[in-house]
Structure formats: C-alpha cells, structure tokens
Design a protein around this ligand. Structure first.
Ligand SMILES: [Zn+2]
Length: 247
C-alpha cells in the first residue's frame, strides 16, 4: 500500500513537472544576469569570430551566446541622476533619471566590461580590434562611457546622436576593460555590436557582422511562485524516486 502511494506521488509529480517545464520554462529560456563580474567576450579563433557573454563569478563560470542571456539593469539600484556638469549632457537633461551599470563594481549590480583575454596576440595588426555599435532598438538612448581620474567622461558609444563609425571602442588582445553603460529610460534594449580588425596574415579586414546583445532595465524579479513550486515539485520527485529505489 505504501509502495502504491509513493508511485502515485511520483507520478503526479512527474506530470506536474512536465506541465511546468513545457508551460513555464519555455518563456524563461533566456537567463537574465543581474549581478556579478561579466564581460562581453570577443574571441577570434580558427578563422571565425566568437562574441559571447562570460560570467566569471558564477560557480562554475558560465559562458552564454549573446542570445542566451539578457544583461539585467536593476531599475532600483542602477537609477542615477544626470549630473549638472554639461560634459554629461549626452546622458540627457541635467537632473533627469538615467540608469547606469558602473565601471567600478557595485556588488548589487551587473559589473559589465569587455574581455579580450582569449584573443591571441599576433593575429590582428597592432593586436587591436574594434567593437562598434551598429544599431540600437530601444525605448531610449544607449551609451557607453568612461570616467577618468578627474571626473570627466569620455563617450565611447552613444545612440542619442545617431549611430556612426565614431561609436566604437578599441580593444587590445589579451586585454580587459570596464566602462559605464547608460540607459535613458527603462525597457528592453537590443544592441548590435560588430567586432572587426585587420588580420596580420595578408592584411585582410575581418568583421563579425552585427551581433545582438539584449539589456533589460527592469525590476529584479522576486522568486516566482512557479520557481518555488518547481523546486518543491523537484524535491518531492527526488523523494519519491529515492523511496522507489529503496523498495
Ligand atoms: Zn571584466
């Protein structure tokens, strides 16, 4: 009788899990990264570009294709105000809200940079590649900038004044660089980057073509009822399986 009950519980759990997996998780196929040291990784190997997202602090370290993960910008923690200093007017009107992932790590936010550690030296002329902004589909403007020792910004990319060849950043093979990422309004930003460089071998120009990265300026979700239910269901299933094995 006990055996029967365990089987029944297991069966119900399996049905429930199957339903949850098909209905609930399909829409969550993309992971949203809300914190931790993460880089837009640029690699060129075996004659092909490989742009990805590397998350170094997770255990184990994770690597995602650009369409497998969303770069999360916490709508509460990343909210800042455009400074009165006119050098920051590219961010918007002084005093208005702007959402920024900072170049100096804030443990509560995604710490996002550019990683070219895996880019071998001697492959590109001057060991240099550029990452350029090709397009932005978003409810607001997107910019990337650095702030120097004396507090002055250097704008590297800014969709607010159109997307031109000036919207690019130089990256060095074996390098690693952190910047500020700014968003003028909440919402989803689809940002197209292209990596390019001139190969030492034959002085051939090579470009990756546009690769889309997605940012989401939104509220960090609380653990959902679905995920709690799923964890509970998985626990029950594991228990039922263990019990069955023992029988
Ligand atoms: Zn980094």
């Amino acid at each position: 009788m006990k055996k029967q009950n365990n089987r029944t519980i297991g069966h119900i759990c399996q049905l429930g899990l199957a339903a949850l997996l098909t209905t609930g998780l399909a829409s969550q196929a993309q992971t949203t990264l809300w914190e931790g040291h993460t880089d837009v990784g640029v690699v060129y190997e075996l004659g092909a570009w490989n742009l990805h997202i590397g998350q170094h602090e997770s255990t184990p370290p994770m690597e995602y294709a650009p369409n497998e993960a969303i770069l999360g910008v916490d709508i509460v923690g990343a909210r800042s105000t455009v400074p009165a200093n006119p050098q920051f007017s590219f961010l918007g009107t002084a005093g208005s809200s702007v959402w920024v992932l900072p170049q100096v790590q804030d443990p509560a936010l995604l710490f996002l940079g550019f990683g070219t550690e895996e880019l071998a030296s001697g492959v590109f002329v001057n060991d240099e590649v550029t990452l350029s902004l090709q397009g932005v589909r978003a409810p607001g403007q997107f910019s990337v900038y650095e702030v120097g020792m004396f507090g002055s910004p250097t704008v590297l990319m800014n969709s607010g004044d159109g997307t031109t060849a000036a919207d690019s950043i130089r990256l060095t093979a074996g390098g690693h660089r952190h910047v500020n990422w700014a968003f003028s309004t909440p919402g989803t930003y689809e940002v197209d980057f292209e990596a390019a460089g001139t190969l030492v071998d034959g002085s051939v120009f090579s470009a990756s073509g546009p690769i889309t990265y997605t940012f989401s300026v939104a509220a960090v979700p609380e653990p959902s009822a679905l995920s709690l239910l799923l964890l509970g269901g998985a626990g029950m299933l594991a228990f039922a399986r263990r019990t069955n094995f023992r029988n």
